[in-house]
Structures are given as structure tokens and as C-alpha cells.
Design a protein. Sequence first.
Length: 95
Amino acid sequence: MGIEKVIPSELELVNIFGVNDNNLKYIKSMFPLLKINVRGNVIYIDGDKKEASEVLRILDEMVVMSANKEVIDQADVESVSYTHLRAHETKANLV
């Protein structure tokens, strides 16, 4: 099953993906079993539904940050990723 995420055209893609796609490469390294491809302003995510949903949540947060005119670097991506993964782990432990 594939997921498509469209980045709003008014946002700077380089801010979201990073210089030389460093932010995107970092996300790909965190989820090596997923296939993540970008064509224009559309991100295609294929693989495990649970992991794809995590990537989608991370990208959603990055879009919000970019819309708020924040400059996104790898440290921000790490922080957003860690926050989402910790929240998921906490929720799993409660069940």
C-alpha cells in the first residue's frame, strides 16, 4: 500500500527536504524498510503501514514548521522524529 503526501506549493521544498536532501536522507535512514521517493512536491511512501504512518506524521510536523517560517535542519528532524517515536512507545506501553 502506498501513501502520497503533497507538500503545499507555497512552501520551499529545500527547507523541508534540506540542503542536498539531507533531511530526507535522514528520514530514509530511520526507516530503511520503507521506499520513500519524491517527485516534485509529492512524496511517495511504500512499505509497512505503521512505519509509513510515522513518516507521514513527521512530514506533517515539518510542513507545519515550514509554514511557520522555521528553518528546518537535521537536528529539528531528529527532535520531531524522537518526539513521535517516544509518544508511540509510551502509547504502546499503556496498552
